[in-house]
Design a protein around this ligand. Sequence first.
Ligand SMILES: *Cc1c(COP(=O)(O)O)cnc(C)c1O
Length: 391
Amino acid sequence: MTSAIMPTYAPADIAFEHGEGVYLYSTDGKKYVDFGSGIAVSALGHSHPHLVAAIQEQAGKVMHYSNLYRIPGQETLAQRLVDNSFASSVFCTNSGAEAVECGLKIVRRYHDVNGNPDKYRVITCTGSFHGRTLATLSAAKNEKHMDGFTPMLDGFDQVPFGNLNELRAAVTEETAAILVEPIQGEGGITYAEPEYFKRLRDTADEFGLLLFLDEVQTGIGRTGKLFAHEWADIQPDVVAAAKGLGGGFPVGACLANEKATAAMAPGTHGSTFGGNPMASAAANAVLDIVLGDGFLENVQKTGAYLRTKLEELSAKHAFLGDVRGQGLLTGIVCDDSVVNLDLVKAAENIGLLTVPAGANVVRVLPPLIVTEAEIDEGMAILDQACGEMGG
Ligand SMILES: *Cc1c(COP(=O)(O)O)cnc(C)c1O
């Protein structure tokens, strides 16, 4: 099939006509259990009545008029994120990469306004993913993603994820910040101990660095807390969020604490669309649900249930290994005999959507509204797909 779409993707030959809850229905009439959530985006599943109503209502009033004027919905959104986090201000973006870019700019400007313009380097981790813009590619240093796009931006020093000694050894007079994901999503649901993050906080304080967390995938309830760093009980200086924030409407956010916020002033950053009335209405509707009574506790509960079920599958099928993750950000490792994408395809053929990740991991990322019965349904399909893989 020829297509006018620039050939950067290799999509499966499936298109969805509509969705409801955790289900998607293809244009050829097949029903799918969606445990990919459009890569951890559809936090409320599909066609959630509260989100749909909020978007419809806002579309009928006004969609956009730019940040040249006050946007009450964006003010409410920012205040709610501030009230429920470490942050004291929020910059609204349209995507995850832009939220990370905003944080990188804040980090540089923070040191500049504090009389240290030579502090501009950021320590990042192997296996990370921060987006597809030039700065975020330069931060993550993924060879495959950089191919053909060099030279990268200067100013990023990489150390192994989870290794505090190497990170400390990489700090120089020019270091401005540490940028890490609380759990590496694209990298393969790679996890580090809460103690590591506590020590990152200490290290940042010791050397006067900002601690910048990329919570684009882990944030907005995905792990069973609004932000995953809450599990380590630490206060970062800057956080990037996006994916689940709009429940499918493109919107991101860069959150900053008081001292990081103080570096920014009118004219230092901007976005035409960022946090426009539509995006803000969508994100506020998502927060209505995610911050509602018992919602995050329920994500923890269903996440634990999903994990148990994945561990059962791992025990049953020889090629499956480690089950990783927290809350509803989970993944299961395949051994060398099976390519993760083949398992994803086998499950897709019988009606379950999952997402491949690095380290030969299959990500299982149900909408946050998933029930235990729906998890059973998805896991039955995954079990069948594993059987077909001959394991
Ligand atoms: C998806 C992702 C991004 C990039 O988000 P986009 O909206 O695709 O720009 C950045 N960081 C992490 C951790 C992500 O998972």
